[in-house]
Design a protein around this ligand. Sequence first.
Ligand code: ZN
Length: 371
Amino acid sequence: MKTAFSKEVMHVGEIASGAALTVPVYRLKGQGKGPSVYIQANMHGAEVQGNAVIFQLLEILRETKLNGDITLVPYANPVGCNHKNGEYTLGRFDPITGVNWNRMYHFDADAIAPFAREHLNSDNITIEREFKALLLEEIDDKLDHNIFGLTTGQRIAYRLQRMAHQADLVLDLHTGPISSKHLYCPEYAIKSASYFDIPHTIVIPNEFDGAMDEATFCPWWSLQQAFAELGRDYPLNKESFTVELGSQEQIDLDVAHQDAVSILSYLQHKEVLNDTQYQPQAMTRYACYLKDYKAFYSPMGGMVDYLAQFGQPLAAGEPIARILRMDNYGDGDPLHYLSLDHEVIPILHFASASVNQGTELYKVFSKFFTL
Ligand code: ZN
């Protein structure tokens, strides 16, 4: 019954002292009868809960019979999780280039149409094999044949993407700052969102903006579109999600177990395993389109008392936060209540109580609906 796993230490770069930047890679072998899966965690330095979820997944999956192969990568970004300043982990942006670590993946939209024309009359198995080979070739080309070199972050991203491209289902585990659990789901895969025990889903357009989820589903979705334009139906069986597990800077192994079970419910639905104990929980699942997922910026500087509960619809005019301004005490207004003029669902808020005018205070669902 046990599933053997292997461990590899992948080299993703070198720091100035010559020490290697490495990432651990765990592989569980399935029986070759189901979709393959790639799961990574901690691309952003402070977003550590996914490592605990991978621990819980490994503990369970070693005792579970698998149809498809599963690759698990904790500590996906060895620079990010070590990027500390005082008590805090930074690690959202490469400190040298300023680029978000999760915006450095690769997608070449121009390669899709020529491939579709060339393979208009190929069978589906050939198309899948050849298209996957093309995606890997593009990454290998970036890694090995680029005379002008790569940034630190690109090298890490491409090494990870090379593994992700080999899987059918991709989960990139993140967290918000102080946050509820939420899921980024491509529009075409919206039905799958209800198999995760996650009450909030952000429906993203089927477009590329540099992130891992987009970099792995966009090529296949675009291929399907290119075939459709040529009058051919091509089945799309690849899915990618960014799973936001809660707040940064903390792990909770008990919650990580629940998160692992939630992922297993999705994988059971996809027939990666055959274990009917993994079923989605009954819950109200709210969703909103990315364009309606709004940042609420502080209208003033000050000290914030965050009032709104995550995940609960907040009526128009109800206070979302109050801002303390002690500099105004005695000769002005020391307390300011903030509210919005329409109903929203607060999803996450800024990690600190001290904010500037214009700091992103909350992110909220507006124009939400239930799945
Ligand atoms: Zn993140």
